[in-house]
Design a protein around this ligand. Structure first.
Ligand SMILES: Nc1ncnc2c1ncn2[C@@H]1O[C@H](COP(=O)(O)OP(=O)(O)OP(=O)(O)O)[C@@H](O)[C@H]1O
Ligand SMILES: [Mg+2]
Length: 319
């Protein structure tokens, strides 16, 4: 078994809001092995992006630990911080919003190389920039173009080239294909998977779209109101979902395969409760068709219900 490159221990990120403390990420623990992909799924507002950003230290954590290559990076000094910024990168959902409209493709990709002084000469930067463009499938004729002159798929290729320019080890992909046409999504997903293999990258792949994450993830984690409520291998999660919330999410995916057994779960109903000063007990209970009195008081705990299959439903195995 290979080593975990990244491990989160009891990670919390709370926001102070006028209504109280918003528990965006609440006591999240997991690890990702080198070269693997963890898919992170859940409805809008469940804390996926906040989790990714807190791991990358784009947001300060409230408490907990993030171990990268065995070291708690929430406590590192300035010099280590610069080094970590190279090793841990992010690809955003909306390449248009994350790219500077006044910079050409060449300037955009060259910028991190110049900032981190990766090459002593301009020739070195230029050669590497063109190499990166080729890697993500952009020919040289795009070098002098601006983001607005390109389509969404090519813009996302710029975002990927920029994220990869410093030879990172770990990349958070935050809904990288959600803003793209369906026809282009597969191309960008294939590119990300090819690059992972070539460069030995480890991904945390955030999406609200379970069918996207199925093929590219080794493991999948499901989040609900800041908590990780189920985690298993991609195959296990789709074959044997244990948490009623996961079952409802899977039941909501259109199943194109004829004859495929429909999951017995009902569609999601009821209101999404608020992550502000949440009550104790299972956060999904108010919407859960199986909730019992016990659920309203059960403390949050991910339990291993089968080998490497973790579930926080208090009734898992009892239903
Ligand atoms: N800077 C902030 N200040 C206060 N609350 C925030 C802030 N950023 C995020 N939140 C809140 O934290 C919770 C989690 O938000 P987050 O953006 O991480 O969700 P998400 O799962 O990425 O959603 P989406 O699928 O819509 O991108 C939400 O309730 C959101 O309103
Ligand atoms: Mg998000």
């Amino acid at each position: 078994m290979s080593e975990a490159i990244l491990e989160c221990r009891n990670l919390k990120k709370y926001f102070d809001t006028p209504r109280g403390k918003l528990h965006a990420v609440d006591d999240v623990s997991f690890s990702i092995e080198t070269g693997k992909t963890l898919g992170v799924v859940g409805e809008s507002g469940c804390g996926k992006s906040t989790l990714g950003r807190t791991i990358l230290r784009l947001l300060p954590a409230t408490s907990g630990q993030v171990l990268f290559e065995g070291r708690n990076i929430l406590e590192c000094d300035k010099k280590e911080s610069v080094e970590l910024r190279r090793k841990m990168q992010i690809v955003f959902q909306d390449p248009y919003a994350s790219l500077d409209p006044r910079k050409t493709v060449f300037q955009t990709i060259a910028e991190p190389l110049q900032f981190h002084k990766m090459y002593a000469t301009a020739d070195g930067v230029e050669a590497r920039t063109y190499e990166l463009m080729r890697t993500v499938g952009l020919t040289e004729r795009y070098a002098s173009m601006y983001p607005h002159e390109m389509d969404g798929g090519r813009r996302q290729r710029i975002g990927i080239a920029r994220a990869l320019s410093l030879n990172p080890k770990f990349v958070v992909c935050d809904e990288p294909v959600s803003a793209l046409d369906v026809s282009i999504q597969a191309q960008v997903l294939n590119l990300l998977m090819d690059l992972q293999e070539q460069m030995g990258l480890t991904y945390m792949f955030i999406t609200h779209n379970l069918s996207v994450v199925k093929h590219i993830s080794d493991e999948i984690a499901v989040m609900y109101l800041g908590q990780m409520i189920e985690r298993a291998s991609s195959r296990d999660l789709f074959a044997n979902p244990a948490h009623p919330y996961t079952k409802a999410l899977l039941a909501a995916i259109p199943m194109p395969v004829l004859g495929q057994k429909n999951l017995e779960s009902e569609a999601l109903s009821g209101e999404l409760t608020s992550p502000v000063d949440p009550k104790p007990g299972c956060r999904f209970a108010p919407r859960c068709p199986y909730a019992t009195k016990e659920c309203a008081e059960a403390p949050y705990q991910l339990r291993e219900i089968a080998p490497n299959h973790w579930c926080a439903c208090p009734m898992a195995g009892k239903l």
